[in-house]
Design a protein around this ligand. Structure first.
Ligand SMILES: *[C@@H]1O[C@H](CO)[C@@H](O)[C@H](O)[C@H]1NC(C)=O
Ligand SMILES: *[C@@H]1O[C@H](CO)[C@@H](O)[C@H](O)[C@H]1NC(C)=O
Ligand SMILES: *[C@@H]1O[C@H](CO)[C@@H](O)[C@H](O)[C@H]1NC(C)=O
Ligand SMILES: *[C@@H]1O[C@H](CO)[C@@H](O)[C@H](O)[C@H]1NC(C)=O
Ligand SMILES: *[C@@H]1O[C@H](CO)[C@@H](O)[C@H](O)[C@H]1NC(C)=O
Length: 362
């Protein structure tokens, strides 16, 4: 267990300016079968993936990425099935991958209880996970590779960590740094979509029976701030994610089609936090699905240095605010504007920026 994620995300950003960084880590993936491995795909067959219907939707979604990643690497797609503790005996699978979050997946809680699996190293620990083979986890399942997160993102990171390890070791190359060496290195790279990093192919895929684990990241919130996004990112997004027209009120192309691609990248990089585009955009106004989907995927949202209390300025203020952006002369209207932002964000995981700069960062 090495708390490297904070450093890795930072280094991946530093890699934009410097060289290519390959960061070693404990591996759980194997490419050759042995007595100490557990088969994920062999003889062109993939073992099924089991999840719990009461699991976080964001974990359910990441499990579909995990299955797609296994297919990207091997050409064989595993099934994903919802299993409850009462229906598990009907599964009748010799072996399975079982994915879930402690305290959120009744399936995983049952398995921990039945097998007396020791989860004390991760239980209650922010974004941590363990994965390992266990015997007789459920009636009808002789053996399973269980992937257990301490919380929503712990489970999601466990899945993406395995996906990356489907190659040799981990690097995060931006497209202009992709070299012969980095191509071999990636399994399913976090950048597979954004930078077209090719996926390493393997006919068969195994994991170490002893599995792998990761503790809490050293840096609690790790993310991306889209800034100076005009014209490059904005024009690209308009071409890629709209049918020629941006959002009705702002003209912004940064809709949920764009953001869900970004959420996936952040999570694959083991990040958790985003400051959205602001130049001619307002995250919640550009697409009303943006904010709920961020939370649903597992991303913590904030707003940038010039946008207090989860509301945009100047774009959103100019649309909905009243009077000047000046707390000396217009405090009640500005206060109410912020209260509305907090009420809107209340159901979601958010970090509030405090303080006030001039409208438009001046
Ligand atoms: C499992 O159940 C949940 C909750 O009903 C649902 O959202 C999800 O799509 C189901 N997943 C599968 C693979 O059937
Ligand atoms: C754990 O197992 C014991 C004995 O089998 C049972 O009494 C208890 O209710 C279980 N607890 C949970 C949380 O499933
Ligand atoms: C590991 O990477 C090297 C190149 O760096 C490549 O030749 C080799 O095939 C890779 N092995 C696996 C198992 O992917
Ligand atoms: C663009 O048009 C296609 C086909 O009608 C539709 O499926 C898609 O959702 C549209 N995209 C946007 C961003 O409106
Ligand atoms: C806010 O209003 C006060 C009082 O009229 C004024 O002195 C100050 O310059 C204004 N601030 C800005 C940033 O316009």
């Amino acid at each position: 267990m090495s708390p490297l994620w904070g450093a890795r995300l930072l280094l991946s950003l530093l890699a934009l300016a410097g060289g290519v960084y390959a960061i070693g880590q404990a591996t759980c993936v194997e490419f050759k079968s042995s007595r100490s491995t557990f088969s994920i795909v062999s003889n062109k067959r993939a073992i099924p993936i089991l999840v719990s219907p009461d699991e976080w939707p964001g974990v359910q979604r990441a499990a579909t990425d995990f299955a797609a990643d296994i297919q990207r690497v091997t050409g064989v797609k595993p099934s994903i099935t919802n299993v409850t503790t009462s229906s598990s005996s009907a599964v009748k699978q010799g072996s399975a991958i079982i994915i879930g979050t402690l305290g959120k997946s009744s399936l995983i809680d049952e398995i921990v209880n039945r097998t007396k699996l020791d989860v004390s190293s991760v239980n209650g620990k922010w974004e941590s996970f363990i994965a390992k083979q266990v015997s007789n986890p459920l009636p009808g399942v002789e053996s399973a590779y269980v992937i257990i997160g301490a919380d929503k993102r712990g489970t999601i990171f466990a899945l993406y960590d395995h996906s990356e390890q489907f190659g040799n070791y981990t690097v995060y190359p931006p497209s202009w740094l992709v070299t012969e060496r980095t191509l071999h290195a990636s399994g399913v790279s976090p950048w597979y979509w954004w930078a077209d990093v090719p996926v390493t192919k393997h006919a068969e895929l195994f994991v170490a029976s002893s599995g792998c684990s990761h503790g809490s990241p050293t840096v609690k919130y790790r993310g991306i701030f889209l800034n100076d996004e005009q014209p490059a990112l904005q024009n690209w997004a308009a071409e890629k994610f709209t049918n020629g027209t941006g959002a009705p009120l702002t003209g912004s192309p940064f809709n949920h089609f764009f953001y869900t691609k970004l959420f996936e990248l952040i999570l694959r990089l083991k990040g958790n936090y985003l400051w959205p585009a602001i130049w001619s955009s307002a995250f919640n106004i550009d697409d009303t699905e943006n904010q709920p989907l961020a939370d649903w995927w597992g991303i913590v949202m904030g707003t940038s240095h010039q946008e207090p209390m989860m509301r945009g300025t100047p774009i959103e203020w100019n649309l909905f605010g009243q009077g000047d952006w000046n707390y000396t002369t217009n405090s009640q209207n500005i206060y109410n504007y912020w209260v509305d932002g907090v009420k809107r964000a209340r159901p979601f995981e958010s970090i509030y920026t405090l303080g006030m700069r001039g409208a438009g960062d001046c």
